[in-house]
Design a protein around this ligand. Structure first.
Ligand code: DP6
Length: 423
């Protein structure tokens, strides 16, 4: 071990991990420290090309302590959740040898060696798009690779879960279930893949990043208050979710979009009803969120069968899942009609992700947006054709995507291979 301390090398690993959106929500814990949920949940993993976290982890005998940088800024690793993830991964480390670099790390050495971690989101952290899910999943995945941890992806998900519950679902691509488990130690509270991203690749996901001034209650404290004060959450966890999980698994297996959409919308609405049933009540959705729900409900009704599902997490952003690309284009026509960009907005930054959808939408610039006709379903009577310019900050077009991957090319690394400090 003393020999190792005198050495100068830096060994590093870079990985990329997706974010995920729950279609059957996790809300409420039965154990705060282990992060054990009161019900199963199901999510769709989002394409990392558009929304992901990239993390480089490195180890060197020259590092004096564990350090982490998030989006270029150093952050503290002293929080219990970081400490747990680091401890759980370290305790499973095995021998690592890099003959080319002349590095040999024994299982025991890992206890004394320190790590440097740099993490970056390819989307604005402030937008409230589940950055903690991708972040903890990527931290655990990349550390496990660096330390040659031989556990399977399910076991790793149980470690990521202790960083942030929803993070365990980001260890897999496609459609993922987090089984609540029943063991006291949480060993069976893990994520499993229901189907990979190719199973249902027609789906197109449009996220409306809704402008809001207000800082929302964190998921962690929000769900704790719900468990402590809501009666509805008990009924939800015991009676409602178990049935929905079975139905949602079936809908995914059969690619049954109407059932998928009905279940996802109902579950999002019940989650927000639980928030309202919490004392004091928690409001995550705002007027814009509610308007988006109304437009989608009205359109789905006029089509006779659901074309688009909506779901909202602990914030006002809408995640809209369209049954295919054609429907997604029609959805964007509607959204751009109701929520045109501010006049001074650069139209190129109003739709992020897969911008190629704009071809199908038939919109190239602001002028085209202004010329969009009102959606036919509001021709009848009640709904006004009022527009809400500026109420959506921007849209992201994406799709179901793959799970974590290693980025072997050193050019992707966020840390300098000589110093182990941010590039
Ligand atoms: C509304 O995973 O962020 O997004 O486990 O306390 O870190 P902690 O909470 P977190 O909660 C996510 C809640 C949700 C629903 C979901 O993702 O299932």
């Amino acid at each position: 071990a003393d020999e190792i301390a005198a050495q100068k090398w830096v060994l590093m690993v870079t990985a990329q991990t997706p974010t995920n959106i729950a279609v059957i929500k996790y809300w409420g814990k039965r154990d705060e420290t282990l992060i054990l949920p009161i019900n199963d949940s199901i999510s769709v993993t989002l394409d990392p090309a558009h929304l992901c976290t990239t993390t480089t982890v490195s180890v060197s005998p020259s590092f004096e302590k564990d350090r982490m940088w998030l989006n270029g800024k150093e952050i503290s690793l002293s929080g219990a959740r970081y400490q747990t993830c680091l401890r759980e991964i370290r305790s499973r480390a095995t021998d690592v040898e890099d003959e080319k670099k002349g590095i040999k790390i024994g299982k025991k050495d890992w206890e004394k060696l320190h790590v440097h971690i740099a993490s970056h989101n390819n989307f604005p952290t402030a937008a409230g798009l589940a950055s903690s899910a991708a972040g903890f999943a990527c931290l655990v995945f990349s550390l496990a690779k660096l330390m040659n941890v031989k556990e399977d992806q399910g076991k790793l998900s149980a470690i990521a879960r202790q960083g942030s519950g929803s993070a365990c679902r980001s260890l897999f691509g496609g459609f993922v279930k987090w089984k609540m488990g029943k063991e006291e130690d949480g060993s069976d509270s893990i994520a499993v893949q229901l189907a990979d991203e190719k199973h249902w690749d027609e789906l197109v996901i449009v996220i409306a990043v809704v402008s809001s001034r207000q800082k929302e209650t964190s998921s962690t404290s929000g769900m704790l208050e719900s468990v402590e004060t809501s009666m509805l959450i008990k009924h939800r966890a015991k009676e409602v979710v178990p049935k929905r999980i079975i139905q949602m698994e079936e809908a995914i297996k059969d690619r049954d979009f109407p059932s998928f959409a009905r279940l996802a919308c109902a579950d999002s609405n019940q989650f927000h009803a639980v928030c309202l049933d919490t004392c004091p009540p928690i409001f995550y959705m705002n007027d814009t969120s509610h308007r988006i729900i109304s437009y989608v409900e009205k359109w789905n009704r006029s089509e006779g069968t659901p074309q688009v599902a909506y779901t909202f997490d602990a914030g006002p952003n809408a995640v809209l899942i369209a049954r295919n690309r054609k429907v997604a284009a029609q959805l964007l026509q509607r959204l751009l009609f109701y929520f045109p960009p501010q006049s001074d907005c650069d139209f190129n930054s109003y739709l992020l992700g897969d911008r190629s959808i704009l071809q199908d939408v038939g919109v190239q610039d602001l002028k085209d947006v202004e010329a969009l006709p009102p959606p036919p379903e509001i021709k009848d009577n009640t709904t006004t054709t009022q527009k809400y310019k500026g109420d959506v900050s921007y849209f992201i077009c994406t799709r179901p995507g793959r799970g974590p991957v290693l980025l072997p090319d050193e050019s992707h690394a966020l840390l300098c291979p000589e110093t182990g400090l941010p590039k």
